[in-house]
Design a protein around this ligand. Structure first.
Ligand code: DAH
Length: 351
C-alpha cells in the first residue's frame, strides 16, 4: 500500500503540474475524489485490507497530499485569473476625460434669489401668484376701474372667457389683492411677490414678458418713514453702503401718496455717466402708501390699517448688473448668451 500511495502521489503531482485552468482542476478532483474516483475506491477497499491500520494511515497520507496539492493549485489559478482580469480591465488614468458641461443659473434667477434672500432675512414671506388673472384683481381692486386712463400704460394680453374676463397680469401688484383678500384683517402682512408680468411692448428696453417684484406691508401703525427705511436698507444692501436714495412725488392709482424712487448711479457713484444719462441717478422703483380704496376693496378697514407697497422691475437690475443692452436677449434662450453667466462670477453679486 505504501508503494501504491507513493506512486499515486507522484502521479498526482505530475498531473497537478499540467493543470492550467480551474476547469481542468475540477476534472482532476472528480478523477480522484468523485463518486468513482481513485481515492474513493481505495477508501471502500479498506474492508478487504489485511493491515487495516497501515492501510488507513497510507490512505490518509494520500488524501492529505491530494487536498494540499489541490488547494495550492486552486489558489495559484485563482490569483492568476484575478491578475488576468485586472490586466484586461486596466484603466489608463492619463487619458483625457470627457468634458463635463457646467450649467449656470439664468441671470434673472440670480437676481430673484438675491432679492428674496434679503427680504426673507427681514421677515417677509415670498408669495407666488398666478400669471393668468382677472381684470378685477389686476385693475379694478387696485383702484383702476374700467375706462381709467392709467390702464393704457399697461395694455396686456386678454384671454376671452364666457364667464369672466381673464388676462395675463400686467403687474405683480395683483398679488396685493390676493394676499389681502386671503388674510382679511387676520393680522399684519409682510410679503414680496417676484414673478413674470406681460404687456404689449417690444423694443430694446421693453419686452412683452418681463419680471417684477412687488412688496406689501400692512399693519396698524405703518408710515411713509417705514417705507423709506425699508427701501433705503434694501438699496444699500444690494447696491452698496454708499448708495443714496431719492424719492420723487409721482402718481399710481393704488397708492396715495405715491413716489418714484431713484438710487445714486452704481456705475459712477452719482458723478454722471452714460448709464445714468449724466444725471447721477437711476430710477429703480415705484412705491407709496396703500390707497384707502384698495384697502377697502380687499377687506381691510382703512381707519384701522395702513400699509406701504412697492414694485420694481427685476430685468432692469439684471441689465445694469450684467451690462445687458437688449432686454430681449434675457428671454431669447440662446445658450451662447446664457453661458456667459457661469457660476464663477457668482460671488460677484450686485455690490
Ligand atoms: N405696478 C407698478 C407698475 O407696474 C409698480 C408699482 C408702483 C408698484 C407703485 C407698487 C407701487 O406697489 O406702490 O408700474
Amino acid at each position: 500500500m505504501k508503494e501504491k500511495v507513493e506512486n499515486l502521489c507522484s502521479e498526482i503531482k505530475g498531473k497537478m503540474e499540467n493543470v492550467s485552468n480551474l476547469n481542468e482542476l475540477y476534472n482532476l478532483k472528480l478523477e480522484y475524489t468523485g463518486k468513482k474516483g481513485i481515492i474513493t475506491e481505495l477508501q471502500s477497499g479498506i474492508k478487504d485490507a489485511t493491515d487495516k491500520k497501515e492501510y488507513g494511515i497510507q490512505l490518509n497520507i494520500l488524501k492529505t497530499f491530494f487536498n494540499d496539492s489541490y488547494e495550492s493549485k486552486y489558489n495559484e489559478l485563482n490569483e492568476l485569473e484575478l491578475n488576468k482580469k485586472l490586466e484586461s480591465e486596466k484603466i489608463d488614468v492619463t487619458l483625457p476625460s470627457k468634458r463635463l458641461r457646467e450649467g449656470s443659473k439664468h441671470p434673472m434667477t440670480r437676481i430673484q434669489e438675491e432679492l428674496e434672500d434679503y427680504f426673507v432675512s427681514m421677515g417677509y414671506d415670498v408669495f407666488d401668484g398666478p400669471e393668468i388673472e382677472t381684470d378685477e384683481n389686476c385693475f379694478q381692486k387696485l383702484n383702476l376701474p374700467i375706462g381709467h386712463p392709467a390702464r393704457d400704460a399697461q395694455d396686456t394680453f386678454y384671454l376671452e372667457n364666457e364667464y369672466e374676463k381673464f388676462l395675463l397680469r400686467s403687474q405683480t401688484s395683483t398679488s396685493q389683492v390676493r394676499v389681502m383678500e386671503a388674510n382679511k384683517e387676520k393680522g399684519p402682512i409682510r410679503i414680496i411677490c417676484p414673478g413674470k408680468v406681460y404687456r404689449r411692448d417690444d423694443d430694446a428696453t421693453h419686452s412683452h414678458q418681463f419680471m417684477q417684484m412687488e412688496g406689501l406691508v400692512i399693519d396698524e401703525n405703518v408710515s411713509m418713514a417705514d417705507l423709506k427705511g425699508t427701501l433705503e436698507g434694501f438699496s444699500k444692501k444690494l447696491l452698496g453702503e454708499k448708495t443714496e436714495v431719492r424719492f420723487r412725488p409721482s402718481f399710481f392709482p393704488f397708492t396715495e401718496p405715491s413716489v418714484e424712487v431713484d438710487v445714486t448711479c452704481f456705475k459712477c457713484g452719482g458723478k454722471g455717466c452714460p448709464l445714468c444719462k449724466q444725471t447721477g441717478w437711476i430710477e429703480v422703483l415705484g412705491a407709496g402708501m396703500v390707497h384707502p380704496n384698495v384697502l377697502r376693496y380687499c377687506g381691510y378697514d382703512p381707519e384701522k390699517y395702513q400699509g406701504f407697497a412697492f414694485g420694481t422691475g427685476l430685468d432692469r437690475f439684471a441689465m445694469f448688473k450684467f451690462g445687458i443692452t437688449d432686454i430681449r436677449t434675457i428671454y431669447g434662450n440662446d445658450i451662447r448668451f446664457l453661458n456667459q453667466f457661469s457660476r464663477k462670477d457668482e460671488e460677484n453679486e450686485i455690490k
